[in-house]
Ligand binder design. Structure first.
Ligand code: FES
Length: 256
C-alpha cells in the first residue's frame, strides 16, 4: 500500500521575489460560489487546492492530491462518517480525509491490520469567509497546522448586502508585476457602471496587501465599493477578479 506523498510536504519551488507571497491571506473565491457538498479545484502559487464547503456550512481547503496515488481529491465526493463528521473520499481507492486533512478511513484495511490512519495527512490550508469573500492562508511552512494570527483584510464601507463578481481574467503576468500595474491603472478600471448613477462620483481609493485595491464611490446617497483582487496562480500567471457592492438596484443587472 504505497503512500507516495504522505511524507512529502515540501513546498513548491519558490522563485525570486515570491517569498512575500506566503504567510499572507489571498483572495480565493466568492463565498456564494462554494455550495455545500461541492468540491472545487483551484490553483494558487502552483499548488492544486481543493476548496469546498461542508454541508454544515463551514469552508475548508486541502491540497488536491491524494497522499496514496496522487488522484485529485476534488474528483471525489463529500461523505458523512458514522460519527457525523464530514470527510472527502478519494475517487480512486476510497481513502477518506477529514476536513482537517487527517485520514479517517482506508477501506482496503482488514480487521487485524492495526494502523493509525490519522497519521496520514493531506495538507490543510486555513480559510476564512469574510464579507462574502473567501480568503486562504498560504503558509511558508508546509507543516503549519494552526490558525494565522492575523485576520483577512476587512474592507471599509461594505454595508450594502452581498458582493457581486462582475469580471474575472487570467493575466500572463507574475503577481508582483500585476500588483504594480494595479497601482498604475486608472482609479476605477471601468467607469461605465457609474454612469448608472447619473452624477459625478466621489472616489476614495485604497490598497491592501497583497494584491487588493478598492475604490469607495459615492454619488449622492448611493454607494459603490469596487474591489480588485489579485491571486497568484503560478510564478507566471495571476488571476484578477473584479467585485462590486452597491445599494443601487441597477448594479445587480450588470453582467460579468
Ligand atoms: S489514490 Fe488511492 S485512495 Fe486516493
Amino acid at each position: 500500500m504505497p503512500v507516495s506523498d504522505a511524507t512529502d510536504l515540501s513546498p513548491p519551488p519558490v522563485g525570486p521575489g515570491q517569498g512575500a507571497l506566503t504567510d499572507v491571506w489571498h483572495f480565493a473565491a466568492m463565498a456564494r460560489d462554494l455550495r455545500p457538498g461541492k468540491l472545487q479545484r483551484f490553483e494558487i502559487l502552483g499548488e492544486p487546492i481543493l476548496i469546498g464547503r461542508g454541508r454544515q456550512g463551514a469552508v475548508y481547503a486541502v491540497r488536491d492530491i491524494c497522499p496514496h496515488r496522487s488522484a485529485p481529491l476534488s474528483a471525489g465526493k463529500l461523505t458523512t462518517e458514522a460519527n457525523g463528521r464530514e470527510s472527502v473520499e478519494c475517487p480512486y481507492h476510497g481513502w477518506r480525509f477529514g476536513l482537517d486533512g487527517a485520514c479517517t478511513a482506508i477501506p482496503s484495511l482488514v480487521a487485524d491490520q492495526a494502523m493509525d490512519v490519522s497519521k496520514i495527512r493531506v495538507r490543510r490550508y486555513p480559510v476564512r469567509e469574510s464579507q462574502g469573500l473567501v480568503f486562504i492562508w498560504f503558509s511558508s511552512d508546509p507543516r503549519f497546522d494552526g490558525e494565522p494570527e492575523t485576520a483577512p483584510p476587512v474592507l471599509p464601507g461594505v454595508a450594502m448586502g452581498k458582493p457581486k463578481r462582475v469580471g474575472q481574467m487570467i493575466l500572463d503576468t507574475p503577481f508582483a508585476r500585476a500588483a504594480l500595474d494595479l497601482k498604475d491603472t486608472p482609479r476605477v478600471p471601468d467607469s461605465r457602471p457609474y454612469a448608472i448613477l447619473g452624477r459625478r462620483p466621489q472616489m476614495e481609493v485604497a490598497f491592501g496587501a497583497p494584491g487588493l485595491r478598492w475604490a469607495h464611490v459615492t454619488v449622492g446617497k448611493r454607494q459603490v465599493l469596487s474591489l480588485t483582487c489579485l491571486t497568484p496562480i503560478t510564478a507566471h500567471q495571476t488571476r484578477q477578479t473584479e467585485v462590486l457592492w452597491s445599494d443601487h438596484p441597477a448594479f445587480w443587472l450588470l453582467k460579468a
